[in-house]
Design a protein around this ligand. Structure first.
Ligand code: SF4
Length: 429
């Protein structure tokens, strides 16, 4: 979501006449996009501002956007750190106005309003990480209030973009040469567009699976979506994937813990049993769907038995990738009131143990791919070798391959010949 927000803000600023530079030394304005999911990211912000404007002094303007901006607000101006303007999560469409006010000497400029009703839904066109891949935000905010998480406070309540608008954006992207769209949101499968659905012609058990079928009908080559919330993950999503070749073979379903007791404490709204049933449906699909997840180790009160449950679950699910985090309390969340009683040493040990199990899952998943042929979207020249291209399979695995005349933007049939750490290697067939 943050990468998407940065791209959309860059696009907006370019269309407002600003020039984007990656050379920080020559910039008149530096805008920092921030994340507050973990404690470290907040600390990094203050260090970075100090590097950009040592002692809070200098001509250039420094702005902060994103979750830290939304949560910290006015306090970011304290201690004369050198921050000139602050733009909240729902005000990204007005960054140019904040810059102009700050540039005209208005002093500390702050815009945190419009959190629910004024979200900017534009899709980045000029400034994107790839000309062939685009993020399309379909739902913003979160209503789930997992006890450890700050996102519902920083991003506000869930708001969905009407399906007709999403379809229009995907058609526009397709016309400009985009091959792959990522439908994104904190919880895409909680998608609820209200009365203006634009989905009347599409069958589906939930608004999200109807939306998937509607986006598939645009004919865009590839559609990925992330993140899915386990409680709202309906098996009909897998049906939709099986019916449409352009819905990619990848589901990201964060489980967080393998202990029912901790899942209750986290207020996740699912149990291990209900989660496994969904995984079993995904794994039994005729399509080779890759499965990825997020896991927290060291949540308050996590016992060795709870952790054993997490290890068993990770072995059972054979995740293709897992993002493992050590718990850190976020002030203002219900979990922050609990005693953070798992020592850092124990958190690190559990992190490493889980990482070891997951490495084996990844090794097995990648080596199973060797000898198979996949469709790979060539996104760029490989960093190691100019004759090679780098891209993703529909199951979101990275492949470096001998292009044999292919160019970025092509979707190539690639035979996998080798697998190392997190990357597949192959050649075009
Ligand atoms: S679903 Fe839970 S973890 Fe995900 S953003 Fe919402 S509150 Fe945070």
């Amino acid at each position: 979501m943050n990468v998407s927000d940065s791209e959309r803000v860059s696009t907006l600023l370019e269309s407002e006449g600003f020039e984007i530079t990656s050379d920080e030394g020559s910039a008149d304005i530096v805008l920092l996009n921030t994340c507050s999911v973990r404690e470290k990211a907040e600390h990094k912000l203050y260090t970075r501002v100090g590097q950009i404007k040592p002692g809070g002094k200098g001509e250039r303007l420094v702005g902060v956007m994103g979750c830290v901006a939304q949560l910290e607000g006015e306090t970011l101006f304290e201690k004369d750190r050198g921050i000139d303007f602050v733009v909240g999560t729902r005000a990204v469409g007005r960054v140019h106005e904040a810059i102009r006010l700050a540039g005209s000497g208005k002093g500390n400029v702050i815009d945190l309003k419009g959190r629910e009703d004024d979200y900017d839904w534009t899709v980045a066109d000029k400034s994107r990480h790839s000309p062939f891949v685009a993020f399309v935000p379909i739902i913003e905010g979160c209503n789930k209030f997992c006890t450890y998480c700050i996102v519902p406070f920083s991003r506000g309540r869930e708001k969905s973009l009407p399906a007709s608008e999403i379809v229009r954006q995907v058609l526009d992207l397709r016309r400009t040469g985009v091959k792959e769209v990522h439908l994104i949101g904190q919880n895409v499968n909680s998608y609820r567009p209200g009365t203006d659905t634009g989905l009347e012609d599409f069958r589906g058990a939930t608004p999200f699976s109807r939306l998937l079928r509607a986006v598939a009908a645009t004919g865009i080559e590839r559609i990925k979506f992330t993140t899915s919330f386990p409680r709202d993950f309906h098996p009909d999503i897998v049906d939709a994937i099986e019916e449409n070749d352009n819905l990619c073979n990848w589901v990201h379903l964060p489980v967080q813990s393998g202990s029912d007791r901790l899942l209750r404490e986290m207020r996740r709204g699912h149990t291990i049993d209900s989660y496994k049933k969904k995984i079993d449906r995904i794994r039994s699909s005729s399509r080779e769907i890759s499965l990825t997840t997020d896991i927290i180790v060291g949540f308050p009160g996590e016992t060795e038995e709870d952790f054993r449950g997490t290890k068993e679950l990770v072995r059972h699910c054979r995740y293709d990738a897992a993002y493992i985090f050590k718990y850190s309390p976020r002030p203002g969340t219900p979990a922050a009131a609990l005693e953070d009683d798992v020592t850092d040493q124990t958190k690190t040990r559990r992190f490493l143990e889980l990482e070891e199990i997951q490495k084996e899952n990844v090794r097995r998943s990648l080596s199973n791919s060797v000898g198979k042929v996949y469709d790979v979207l060539a996104e760029k020249a490989s960093e190691r070798d100019d004759d090679h291209l780098s891209g993703h399979t529909t199951c979101h695995k990275v492949v470096n391959f001998a292009g044999n005349g292919a160019v970025p933007g092509d979707i190539c049939r690639v035979k996998i010949t080798d697998a190392k750490s997190n990357t597949l290697f192959g050649e075009r067939v």
